[in-house]
Design a protein around this ligand. Structure first.
Ligand code: ADP
Ligand code: MG
Length: 347
């Protein structure tokens, strides 16, 4: 187990104009589960591959604990880094049994059998040692891949989109199971995903990436409560994003003046998101609009509202309402905004 430090690493592939990863700084603590989150092509896999040693950055350094593994004149090869990697397609050998897959390339010394049994037990595949990958479900194959990484007692385990080949139900189960195994073994783990829900569910901290750059690093709570910019806010699923201006404890926008706590001392130009649960439709609301569409989701009703501003501009808003409410497309309604459900960031 080891902490990992990425210091100002940049990577440009041969013949490419654009950097795949630019000036990336991050510190991952010993035993931490961290996730690289961002859209396809933002540099997540490249970052993992640099940590594993399959790619060499043009500049910057990487440390495992106090030990440099990449620096100006230093490049420790992958096999000497003590890194375990679990891929999306599991990368198992089809002609080898579960046991042989897990034991591939490790010394057949007197502890060999014990080591294999220990990880088989950990991933709950004891009894499956003589099976071939084709005889296993997707989830079981994934656990073999994890066991193969764990048997080497790696300093860090890297997971590249490990759940994307699994069905939704199995996915949730697998990720809970894998996270619990990682916690049990106190491993340092880095996951890659483009799925924000998944990232928030499994991680101690999340690194949000965009276009080769780090946009924000924080706990799921910090990222949800204080997204740094519009990219992060949109990527984690915020809607109802607008511009405004803050003066002291008031944010002024197309929705009029709304008093806020302003603990972060925002001033002047900001952007903000109104949470869908922060808009309530009721006759005493100070704002007026028209119901554009409704979708019933059992626990709540999703309502799209067209709001007409003072300047006769039409803004679309989404809100969550009590599903028993009788709202029809075209209804004129009044609504209000809960100031506690507004999230602000500097523009
Ligand atoms: P992600 O995993 O976030 O989808 P990648 O790290 O795979 O992103 O890719 C980052 C950028 O680098 C993309 O623009 C991609 O096209 C480019 N890229 C990735 N691998 C290679 C490669 N082997 N050669 C050239 N360009 C690559
Ligand atoms: Mg990738």
């Amino acid at each position: 187990m080891s902490s990992i430090k990425l210091r100002n690493i940049s990577k440009k592939y041969k013949d490419e104009k654009k950097f795949a990863v630019s000036n990336m700084d991050a510190q991952i603590e010993n035993g931490e589960i961290i996730t690289l989150l961002g859209p396809s092509g933002c540099g997540k896999t490249t970052t993992l591959r640099m940590i594993a040693g399959f790619e060499k950055p043009q500049s910057g350094s990487i440390y495992f604990g106090d030990e440099a593994i990449v620096d100006e004149d230093l490049f420790i090869p992958p096999q000497n880094r003590g890194v375990g990697m679990v891929f999306q397609d599991y990368a198992l050998f089809p002609h080898l049994t579960v046991e042989e897959n897990i034991g591939f390339g490790i010394k057949k010394d007197k502890d060999y059998k014990d080591k294999i049994n220990k990880v088989l037990y950990l991933v709950k595949l004891n009894g499956f040692e003589k099976k071939y990958p084709s005889e296993l479900s997707g989830g079981q194959q994934q656990r073999v891949a994890l066991a193969r990484a764990l048997v080497r007692s790696p300093k860090v385990i890297l997971f590249d989109e490990p759940f994307s080949n699994l069905d939704t139900d199995l996915r949730t189960n697998m990720r809970n199971e894998i996270v619990s195994i990682i916690r049990k073994t106190k491993s340092t783990a880095i996951f890659v995903t483009h799925d924000q829900k998944e990232a928030m569910a499994i991680s101690d901290r999340v690194i949000v990436m965009n276009n080769g750059f780090v946009e924000q690093i924080g706990t799921p709570k910090e990222i949800f409560e204080k997204p740094k910019n519009k990219f992060v806010a949109e990527f984690i699923g915020f809607s109802n994003i607008f511009k405004g201006e803050v003066n002291d404890n008031v944010v002024s926008s197309d929705f009029g003046d709304i008093s806020i706590e302003n603990e972060e001392n925002f001033s002047k130009d900001v952007q903000f998101s109104i949470k869908p649960s922060g808009i309530s439709i009721h006759d005493e609301g100070n704002l007026s609009g028209i119901v554009k569409s409704t979708s019933y989701f059992g626990d709540y009703l999703e309502v799209f509202i067209s709001y007409i501003t003072k300047d006769k501009e039409v803004l679309d808003l989404v809100c969550y309402e009590d599903p028993s409410k009788d709202l029809k497309v075209g209804d004129s309604i009044r609504f209000s905004i809960d100031k506690n459900k507004i999230v602000i960031w500097k523009e």
